[in-house]
Design a binder for this molecule. Structure first.
Ligand code: HEC
Ligand code: HEC
Length: 354
């Protein structure tokens, strides 16, 4: 819509002042140059994302916990950081995370770059384990001639682009480039491809948005522009569902507010069919387990703080599904996967494809 309006305005302008069109060609090389730099920044970020040398001890890369074929999640209950210590919470997928404004399960991180810094520098337990090894890691990258060129191409105006600020920026550019919008659901709704969804998935969609199941209440963005663009499948609220086996007080651990007990961010469901296991602690193995969890009205794991009981969201109240309805709902969740993006060479390990 906005594009069409802009296009119409430009065409009208050209009709009134035909000479106005002449001002376009001189600015084009400049635009191309900035596009080239942007592409170079993404490419640098991609190399860094897949490079174990970016971690303090050279053992893990971002990609160790964020694997493309798994929607950039890692398939484990909880991941293991650079020093071998397990992290507390499950690794989420990263596709389309550039469009989020709340990151992580329950730390309330508001900026993508801030989360990338956490991944690099967090210490207890470490993810990349860079804290205390800042200079060692930078020197490691500096001595690689490939990086010498990549950093210069990405940040041509810098005297010395080998800084953590620039590394974070490049990683951010790569993460923002990870788009997965070609799902059967998106083709059905936004491209009018009636054959994109199977009959089972269509029945599952009706269940998903039905008041009885209420999945759509939390797993749809409510903020404007409502439904004008493909959904990110989360309203990004912090909600207590009752999921989890361990004592994890969720958002309350971060805010110190008892009213936030057991609240976790509603996870986006894009590519959810490949991001198992599920929930903040990876305690549910399959989509069927997740649906059965909701059918039972949520269940509280052993050792969970008593205050969690009062925090449970009223919509997690249970419902009854037949076997075929459960299969339909799963078929719908599977239709939120972009198979192409999971194999797109532009997002793959550049060291492997060389
Ligand atoms: C050892 C495993 C591990 C490594 C290494 C790792 N991550 Fe993560 N990542 C996680 C986990 C676990 C979370 C969820 C953290 C939380 O909720 O507290 C996460 C969350 C994220 C998020 C937020 C996603 C969302 O939906 O909120 C982004 C973005 C991200 N990581 C990017 C990166 C980048 C970039 C790197 C490399 C610099 C990296 N990660 C390295 C495990 C890892
Ligand atoms: C009241 C809000 C709410 C409702 C209603 C709701 N969910 Fe969720 N959903 C959440 C939250 C919060 C989590 C994360 C819980 C956790 O990790 O502790 C979650 C997790 C999930 C996950 C796991 C995603 C992942 O990456 O681990 C799936 C799948 C899911 N929900 C599907 C559904 C379906 C299907 C329905 C309807 C039957 C539904 N949800 C209803 C809030 C909701």
């Amino acid at each position: 819509m906005a594009y069409r309006l802009a296009y119409a305005l430009i065409m009208a302008l050209l009709l009134i002042m035909p000479g106005a069109g002449l001002s376009l060609p001189p600015s084009a090389p400049e635009t191309r140059a900035s596009e080239d730099v942007h592409r170079a920044t993404i490419e640098l970020g991609r190399s860094l994302f897949y490079d174990r040398r970016l971690s303090g001890n050279g053992r893990v890369a971002c990609a160790s916990c964020h694997r493309q074929e798994l929607g950039f999640s890692d398939g484990r209950i909880v991941p293991v950081g650079a020093t071998g210590a397990p992290l507390r919470r499950n690794a989420p997928g990263l596709f389309n995370s550039g469009e989020l404004s709340v990151f992580t399960w329950a730390h309330e991180v508001r900026q993508l770059d801030q989360q990338i810094e956490r991944a690099l520098f967090t210490a207890n337990p470490p993810e990349m384990g860079v804290a205390g090894n800042e200079t060692i890691v930078i020197d490691r990258l500096r001595t690689d001639s490939v990086y010498l060129h990549r950093f210069a191409d990405a940040f041509p105006a810098d005297d010395d682009p080998f800084t953590w600020k620039r590394i974070t920026e490049a990683l951010g550019a790569f993460v923002r480039s990870l788009n997965a919008r070609n799902t059967p659901y998106d083709r059905y709704v936004y491209l009018g491809d009636r054959a994109a969804l199977s009959e089972a998935a269509k029945r599952g969609m009706a269940l998903f948005f039905s008041p009885g199941l209420a999945c759509g209440h939390c797993h749809v963005d409510l903020s404007p522009p409502e439904r004008a663009t493909p959904p990110r499948w989360s309203d990004l609220a912090f909600v207590a569902t009752g999921a989890g086996r361990s004592a994890d007080r969720g958002l309350a651990e971060h805010t110190g507010n008892p009213a936030d007990a057991c609240r976790f961010r509603v996870p986006p469901l894009r590519n959810v069919s490949v991001t198992a296991p599920y929930m903040h602690d990876g305690s549910l193995s399959t989509l069927e387990d997740v649906i059965r969890f909701y059918e039972s009205g949520g269940r509280w794991g052993a050792g969970v703080e008593p205050e969690c009981t009062s925090a449970r969201h009223p919509l997690i109240a249970g419902f009854v599904l037949s076997d075929s309805e459960r299969r339909d709902l799963i078929a719908f969740l599977e239709a939120l996967t972009d198979e192409e993006a999971l194999k797109n060479p532009a997002f793959a390990d550049p060291f492997r494809s060389q």
